[in-house]
Design a protein around this ligand. Structure first.
Ligand code: AMP
Length: 581
């Protein structure tokens, strides 16, 4: 078995590692530590957070530098201030036995003057975010001309966050003889460009070994549509009573909505997104880290800095737009040798994305059925029993009440007492799921969705993008049968095609349905809708208000052509006139 000892680390560092409780090196450490200790060449590794990558570069770098140097010998660049602080803390632990070791963390959103002051005292290591590092270099407070070791941590994230120019600037201002180490969870073209331009024939660490934590992730999907998405989330959470998880959403608004709905329904949840102040975000993250919060609903950007080891579930409320993001999301579970589950709520539209993802992660998704109310109640009840059996009871606290308790309950048998206890404790779930339906999409609906899928149907997307129009046209040439409807609102009511589709899609039972040609006239409109949903459309939308005005919607076939209507109107007028006479 490989041990830290056998990797060539010096006693001061080995003691620190031991103090941290690391028993054996992770796969990436096993590979990178001996390589970096013995070589001066560059290194590139596919590794996400949770694989032990900080120690993989940190331990050898700390062994190679002069810890008491006043000029910067090692520069570590990372995308966020949270990660920056974390690497700084990890380095402090790794270097606890290195005499005279000094380092400075420099990141945006914090007072630059105090960072400058710290830099003036001299340091061997600087850990920083690219923007702040450039700022400090330009102010001539950070001298990187002596850097021997340069680490690019989470390189893909730095590029995603728009640090490309800053990285170019920093990399071209460090000595060419430096040893460059690049760590990235994914290897998009931009990361490869950086590697090609600034690295010298780097040693590549094997993916399968480096991404060992990925092996412990179980990937599952649940088929949903927009109207059951939230209910499916609830059920997944309920069937996993010990969940400690992150729910990823695409937008800040959706994040807030999902969190609000969970809180309203009694869950220990909170939101993390960019509309919150830094102080609010720090407080939510602290609550989550300390496990005072069970479910965190977050956007990808806001969750970037969050580093928590014991996450049991990552739930993709939607698949992310960039599929690479799925890998970052799922990498937040199954850390440090633990197991975890990455769940995605998907629609039949996501099929091709799922296929691409399966290739990327090298695993197949397990298609799971949304649990029924009965399954949830079973699971929750068992949890209640287990908790009761395992709880550490301090009998002394109730001792003095025992006589009165015994007296009041003496007429109940043991079985009656058990039944009463559980019936009382179990009300939340049993009441909620008492008459709950199976919400898995019916086979017919699934089939109809698959049919829509094949036809590249038009679906409103939140941006109302050009993609929509293109797909609509393709859809029209396909096999969706559309019915045409008359809508009693038009341009003068502020209606346009996008708003009309938005109006229709707002109703939960109409979300995502195929919409064909839309014609908006001055005071009325026509819209084509998948004929499978014709009666649902009429029953749902008729009489509903658009911008305060009631909308009448009916099959266009029942509307008489204009000339007929004019003729009718003429007849009515004649009749009226006759009557008046
Ligand atoms: P990282 O990928 O560097 O963010 O590390 C993820 C977590 O794993 C951190 O909490 C580390 O402290 C922990 N860790 C790193 N290496 C080991 C190891 N060899 N054994 C146990 N835990 C480790």
């Amino acid at each position: 078995m490989t041990t830290f000892h056998s990797l060539g680390l010096q006693p001061e560092i080995l003691q620190a590692v031991e103090k941290l409780g690391f028993e054996k090196p992770t796969p990436i450490q096993e590979k990178s530590i001996p390589y970096l200790l013995e070589n001066t060449g560059d290194l590139m590794a596919l590794a996400s957070t949770g694989t032990g990558k900080t120690a993989a570069f940190g331990l050898p770098v700390l062994q190679k530098i002069n810890p008491a140097a006043k000029k910067i010998e090692a520069l570590v660049l990372c995308p966020t201030r949270e990660l920056c602080r974390q690497i700084h803390d990890d380095f402090q632990n790794f270097a606890c036995n290195l005499n005279g070791f000094r380092q400075v963390a420099v990141y945006g959103g914090a007072n630059i003057m105090s960072q400058i002051k710290e830099l003036k005292s001299g340091a061997a290591v600087v850990v920083g975010t690219p923007g702040r590092v450039v700022d400090l270099i330009e102010r001539k407070n950070l001298d990187i001309s002596n850097v021997k070791y340069l680490v690019l941590d989470e390189a893909d994230e730095m590029l995603n966050m728009g640090f490309k120019d800053d990285l170019d600037f920093i990399l071209s201002n460090t000595p060419e003889e430096r040893q460059t180490m690049l760590f990235s969870a994914t290897m998009p073209a931009e990361v490869n460009r950086i590697a090609k331009r600034y690295m010298n024939n780097p040693e590549m660490l094997e993916t399968s070994l480096a991404n060992k934590s990925a092996e412990n992730i179980e990937h599952s999907i649940y088929m949903v549509n927009a109207s059951i998405r939230f209910d499916a989330l609830r059920r997944i959470v309920d069937v996993n009573p010990d969940i400690y998880g992150i729910v990823f959403c695409r937008t800040r608004k959706e994040t807030q909505q999902v969190a609000d709905n969970l809180i309203k329904a009694g869950y220990n949840a909170d939101s993390l997104h960019g509309d919150l102040s830094q102080a609010q975000r720090d407080s939510v993250m602290a609550k989550f880290r300390s496990r005072h919060l069970q479910i965190l609903v977050a956007t990808d950007v806001a969750a970037r800095g969050l580093d928590v080891n014991d996450i049991t579930h990552v739930i993709n409320y939607n698949l992310p737009d960039e599929l690479e993001t799925y890998i970052h999301r799922s990498g937040r579970t199954a850390r440090a040798g633990k197991k975890g589950e990455s769940i995605a709520l998907v629609t039949s539209r996501d099929k091709s994305s799922i296929k691409i993802l399966e290739r990327k992660i090298g695993k197949q998704f397990e298609i799971k059925r949304i649990p029924t109310g009965e399954e949830i109640c079973d699971r929750q009840l068992i949890k209640l029993v287990d908790d009761l059996a395992e709880s550490n009871v301090d009998a002394t606290e109730v001792e003095r009440y025992l006589p009165i308790i015994t007296q009041k309950l003496e007429n109940f048998s043991r079985d009656e007492l058990i039944t009463r206890f559980f019936a009382t404790e179990f009300t939340r779930f049993s009441a909620f799921y008492k008459n709950a339906q199976d919400i898995n999409l019916a086979t017919s609906e699934r089939r109809s969705r698959e049919k829509e899928d094949r036809n590249d149907r038009y679906v409103r997307d939140d941006e109302g993008s050009k993609r929509g129009k293109k797909e609509r046209n393709r859809g029209r040439g396909g096999r969706v049968d559309f019915d045409r409807f008359f809508v009693s609102l038009g341009k003068k009511d502020n209606l346009n095609p996008h708003r009309l589709m938005g109006f229709i899609n707002e109703f939960p039972n109409l979300q995502g349905i195929a919409i064909g040609r839309v014609e908006i006239m001055k005071s009325f409109s026509f819209v084509e809708v998948d004929s499978n949903f014709s009666s649902t459309l009429v029953n749902t939308v008729n009489g509903q208000k658009f911008h305060g005005k009631p909308c009448v919607i009916e099959p266009a076939s029942s509307i008489k052509p204009k000339k007929d209507r004019d003729r009718d109107r003429g007849r009515d007028r004649d009749r009226d006139r006759k009557r008046k006479r």
